[in-house]
Write a protein that binds this ligand. Structure first.
Ligand code: SAM
Length: 239
């Protein structure tokens, strides 16, 4: 590992706003933040720009950036500490195990900015809008909570629209070719968004709600917590 990455890895171990594979946090996030404001997740947060941006925009909101890469989380966590933004935390975990870290209804919204699109069909299960992930979101998201996706990938955008349609989710908002000067939450730009815009790639946005039907994501709803806890990257896929 490069020297800078190693230093950052060591540093985040001592950051009060970074929790790395923590045990027993499900249901404890409001106690962690010491308030009862809504909690928004940013999945695959990288440097955490959405978490930072949302908390700067809204006084009564907590944000948790989730990513497995500690050296990327370092940037967002360092910025939050420097700006004394204490309504942000960073959670270093595999998103495949999200359901182990949150209790039912503990999350009020989910942002997924520029996830890896995994264009190969054989890797569709890794897309963060695949039904196996939607099932996990259903376990922790409040009813009517919105899931927001921003992407430069036309394929992932269309795939997600198809999943929404097939699983009975409700499309809430859609904007293709989001303008550079979009305002409010949509105007927050991440590292990947800036890169894509610099290359002239159009950016697409949509948001949707999950269905009330708990079996909407069969067969994923058959997966038990033991299998999720035992899951390791590269191990047998959760089926
Ligand atoms: C393409 S980058 C986007 C980063 C950031 N959202 C942005 O827009 O700049 C995708 C991020 O998702 C993280 N990621 C992808 N799959 C993940 C998983 N299964 N669990 C945790 N993090 C994951 C990667 O580590 C990476 O930081």
């Amino acid at each position: 590992m490069a020297h800078k990455k190693l230093i950052r890895f060591e540093e985040i171990k001592h950051f009060p706003n970074v929790l790395s594979f923590p045990e027993g946090m499900a249901g404890k996030w409001h106690a962690f933040f010491q308030n009862d404001f809504p909690i928004v997740l940013e999945l695959g947060c990288g440097k955490g720009e959405y978490s930072l941006g949302l908390v700067r925009l809204h006084d009564r909101l907590n944000a948790i950036g989730v990513d497995v890469k500690g050296n990327r989380l370092w940037k967002g966590a360092r910025t939050a500490l420097d700006e004394q933004l204490n309504r942000i935390a960073f959670l270093r975990i595999q998103i495949e195990q999200l359901v182990l870290y949150f209790a039912r209804n503990e999350v009020s919204a989910i942002w997924i900015p520029f996830p890896d699109p995994h264009p190969r069909k054989s890797r569709a299960k890794k897309r963060l809008t695949h039904p196996r992930f939607l099932w996990q979101y259903q376990q922790i998201l409040q009813p009517n909570g919105l899931i927001h996706l921003k992407t430069d990938s036309r394929e992932l955008f269309e795939y997600t629209l198809e999943v929404i349609h097939q699983t009975g989710c409700k499309l809430f908002a859609i904007q293709e070719n989001l303008p550079e000067d979009a305002e409010g939450e949509l105007g927050i730009q991440t590292y990947y968004e800036r890169q894509h815009r610099a290359e002239g790639r159009p950016i697409h946005y949509l948001s949707f709600k999950l269905p009330e039907n708990p079996t909407a994501f069969e067969p994923w709803s058959q997966i038990n917590l033991t299998a999720i806890a035992a899951w390791r990257p590269g191990s047998v896929q959760l089926t």
